[in-house]
Design a protein around this ligand. Sequence first.
Ligand code: NOJ
Length: 534
Amino acid sequence: MARWWRGSVGYEVYVRSFADTDGDGIGDLPGVRQRLGHLAELGVDVVWLTPFMPSPQADHGYDVADYLDVDPVYGSLADLDALLADAHQLGMKVICDLVPNHTSNQHRWFLDARRSRQARHRNWYVWRDPAPGGGPPNNWVSHFGGPAWTFDEHTGQYYMHLFLPEQPDLNWAEPEVRAAFAQILETWFCRGVDGVRIDVAHSLVEDSGFRDNPVLDPPPDDDRHGSISTFEHFQHAHDLDQDGVLEIYRDWHRIAARHDAVLLGEVYLLDPARLARYLEGDALHQSFCFAALRASWDARDIRATLRPYVEASGDALAWPLSSHDDPHAATRFGGGDRGARRQLAYLTLLCGLPGSPFLYQGDELGLDDAELPDTVAEDPIARRNPGTHGRDPQRTPMPWQPGPGVGFTTGTPWLPVGTNRTDERTVAAQTGVPGSHLERTRRLLLSRRRLPALTDGSPIRWLPSPDPVVAIERGGQVVVALNVGDEPARLPVGHPVAIAYATDDDVRVDAQTLVLPADAAAIVQRLPAPASSG
Ligand code: NOJ
């Protein structure tokens, strides 16, 4: 069967902040549906919707209270059906977020589980007695700070949560949990959902002995969310990436195969070999490669960061440019016009790699993270680390048009739009404007679609290049090159080429040399050799 997701262009919709149709200041499914045309015109193939299931919103939907319904704040199942139908009509696939590592503490399974040690769903969660001297059973910590264990007075045991106490971890050693999720997948796929993005897909299974994690000394630099995280002070030898997790995905693979659906993992492992295991032998179809969010604006670093993943997993990778958990790429690369320019150049390189480039909403406008008033703290990470904004700056409303609600809402947006937002960085201001970030991004995605070597899994070759340039060749036909330097750079390509796409009007081909201005990238196509006259 053709694997439709290979080589596709993905786009993350953070539903809460994309488009609000009922004026409550919170994005909803009808809002996404209304804006599907924007995504189709941009050249998106796969739309990922962040969680819209009923949830107390302790972690903005990543605390699910019912896996099979839609939270009224986001709409209804009928709205989802209508959205799926329209997206399919426009030739796009839709994947939903599946959160199997943990539920909300308000899920009926957990409400039952904490009733007594004999409760029907007790073993669906991870319960342990206190340590012999009292206190948590081991040294595991939550991603969001503090211990990964909360004591339940009523039943006298701790339950485990790798995230908030409101997000108790499910016990995947329990066969009934596996059966419940098999049913959840069947239900969504039967409804017409084209696949799932699996939240913390490297988690789920823990060490059966619940051994302490080794402490890293010295601790690494861990300022990922501008917050103090103890999580990165440990080597997660026993709470993450345990062997048994792949078995779960092999079961899911069989279910997905029956529906031609894709399993896209959020496998947040920064080790190419460990990540590759999830993509082998009928486990996951695709995984994000989060290393792509960490490369600095340095040619050697970009090459050294990306290449081992490409070699290990090739076109099973999805390349995030930004996400709701990480800063916008424009901000990461310096912010403002320069950051936006670099972001587009980096996206061009990602478009040249085997696999799927994945944009996050607003990337197509060159959007920066929002600057927010000090008092704003919606993200649980921000709330737990006073004085920080956590992930709020990348989750602010999608700016559709100039004006107070930026075309996102007629009401008061749940997060302010940001004091640094400008009229220029809106969809309305950039649509149809030659040279705008939006039009350049659209041209990039359409150019990529027209070049089979970039989407059909053709072999990749990393070309030798002068230092500030990263250059790759696909299928012997197409060269994609990025100049991260402050000066123009020249890349000899060894044969006649034509420019298929350039981030900058000053990109040119001089004899058989590609000339790239600072912070620019281009895609060039090999021209057929001239017919010999002899
Ligand atoms: C990863 C999600 O992307 C993030 O937003 C969430 O907080 C955690 N998983 C917990 O579900």
